[in-house]
Structures are given as structure tokens and as C-alpha cells.
Design a protein around this ligand. Structure first.
Ligand code: GEK
Length: 262
């Protein structure tokens, strides 16, 4: 079987969405707050891979975790699914009967492209794609009967004061033994370490071909849009909503992924 990410690349290339990200390469007079619009969708796989250290590993291991934790007659959720990389990884590894996937994103351009990608790559999988705000899910689409919930770099885009209520809904929706995978850009309480990790991340981006200007303009565009928290804040929130077993399973610089088991 091909890897989830190679399947994803194959699909995005066919759908002409593996374009090179040069959205911030020219000086912009007004750096508007970052939006997940059609321009971003067109370069998204390239953008996220060149910007997030460990993205490939996290996607691949999400599949491995689905193979282990997806329960029969349950639902796996991909919240903030973008183009469905985590959904595809889960779909390729779920082996138990009657386990469906619900993938949700509030960006219409993401959902539209994701629909084509999933139809081409996993036509037989039971995936429901929903265009909705996670903070305002339609009443007829509750989070429910979940064995696995993935928030792969999504919580960081929600207003901080809304995060605990969403995590509580997720905890309540999980079956006993169910898991959440929470991947986030993180902040560090220590100023020196925080600055170091930011600079190391910027070095990673420059090594992947982004210029100083691109790094600087993207950083401004994400200001007040992507609000990172510390690992302690994430652990405290997960504990507060009820999780007893919580640990980090991946970290590179200021990017980390936590696993919590109900
Ligand atoms: C991946 N998980 O490839 N409701 C629903 N979706 C939202 C909301 C919201 N309130 N806010 C943001 N999003 C993906 C990558 S990207 C991460 C996730 C990144 C969506 C937004 O539209 C975007 O598609 C996604 O969250 C974040 O594994 O670009 O750094």
C-alpha cells in the first residue's frame, strides 16, 4: 500500500493543488490576516509541508494510530480537515467494521477540493465531509460516538476563550478508550527558549526555500490569527476536561502533537 502522504500528493497533483507556494514572495503593502481562501487552497500541500516540521510524520502516524484505536461501529473525526490528509491516512488504516469518518472544515474552498480528492482516492470509504464552523456545528451533526478525534493544527486558529468548551465536547463525545490527537504550534514560557524555537523554525522554512521576506510577511499575516499556547496550557486543558492519560508523541522545535486517551 502506498503511504498516506504519497496518496495525498498523487491526488493533489492530479487536482492541480500541488502548486508552489509563493503567496508571500512579493512585498505586500497591506498584509491582511491569513485566510483559508482559494489562493491558499491552490498551494496548501506545498505550504504546509515546507512550513510545519514533521507534518509528513504526523500524518503517517495518524494512520498508524487509527489502525490501533478506531473502534467498530464508531466514528473518527478530522476537525479542520483542510484537504483531507489526516482523513486519508485514517481511511487507509481503519480495519474494523462499520467505522466511518466525519471530516469538518469551515473553509468552503478547502471542502470543495477535499471532496474531489477523497472521491478520487478513497471512493469506497465512508467519509462525510461537512463545511461548518467547529464552534457552531449544526444541531443535526453533533460530535458523537467517537473513537478517534484528530485536530491537526486546527485548535490554534480558534479564539483561545472557545477552546476549552470545544475540548469538553470532544471528550464527552469520545467512547471509553477513545483518543484525541492534538497537533499544535506551541509557545514556550521561557522567553529565551521561545525566541530560539521561533528562529529554528524560521531556519527550517528558509532551508525549504522560503525567503526572509516570505517568512516575515507570513509571520505578520498569522499574527492574531494563529495563537499558540504552551504545552502546559494544553495539558491543563486536557486534564480539566477529563483526560487522565496525556503525553506528547511528537515534537520538533515549536511544533508538537499530543495524544490523550479517555
Ligand atoms: C491537515 N488538519 O492537513 N471551524 C472549522 N475549521 C476551521 C476553523 C473553524 N472554526 N478554523 C480554522 N479551520 C489539516 C491542516 S490547517 C493548518 C489544518 C494550517 C480550518 C481552516 O479552514 C484550515 O483548513 C484548518 O482549520 C487549519 O492535517 O494551515 O496551519
Amino acid at each position: 500500500m502506498s503511504s498516506p502522504l504519497s496518496t495525498f500528493h498523487h491526488a493533489t497533483r492530479r487536482k492541480n493543488t500541488l502548486n508552489h507556494d509563493n503567496l508571500f514572495s512579493r512585498p505586500l503593502a497591506d498584509i491582511a490576516g491569513f485566510k483559508f481562501d482559494a489562493d491558499v487552497v491552490a498551494v496548501f500541500p506545498d505550504m504546509i509541508q515546507r512550513s510545519v516540521p514533521g507534518y509528513e510524520t504526523i500524518i503517517a502516524m495518524t494512520g498508524t494510530l487509527a489502525g490501533r484505536y478506531a473502534q467498530p461501529r464508531s466514528t473518527c473525526y478530522d476537525l479542520g480537515c483542510s484537504l483531507g490528509a489526516s482523513t486519508l491516512a485514517m481511511a487507509q488504516h481503519i480495519e474494523v467494521p462499520d467505522c466511518n469518518i466525519v471530516a469538518i472544515d469551515n473553509a468552503p474552498a478547502m471542502i470543495e477540493h477535499c471532496t474531489h480528492i477523497l472521491a478520487a482516492e478513497q471512493p469506497d470509504t465512508n467519509v462525510e465531509l461537512i463545511c461548518a464552523d467547529l464552534l457552531d456545528l449544526p444541531l443535526e451533526k453533533p460530535l458523537d460516538n467517537a473513537s478517534m478525534v484528530v485536530l491537526n493544527f486546527t485548535l490554534q486558529f480558534l479564539p483561545p476563550e472557545t477552546r476549552t468548551a470545544l475540548m469538553q465536547r470532544i471528550y464527552d463525545a469520545l467512547l471509553p478508550g477513545g483518543i484525541i490527537i492534538l497537533s499544535e504550534k506551541i509557545a514556550f514560557a521561557d522567553d529565551h527558549l521561545n525566541q530560539l524555537m521561533i528562529e529554528l523554525h524560521h531556519s527550517f522554512k528558509r532551508a525549504n526555500g522560503y525567503s526572509e521576506l516570505e517568512v516575515a510577511q507570513k509571520r505578520s499575516a498569522l499574527e492574531n490569527v494563529l495563537i499558540p499556547e504552551t504545552l502546559d496550557q494544553h495539558r491543563e486543558r486536557l486534564t480539566h476536561v477529563g483526560f487522565k492519560r496525556i503525553d506528547i508523541w511528537f515534537q520538533c522545535f515549536n511544533f508538537a502533537s499530543l495524544l490523550a486517551i479517555k
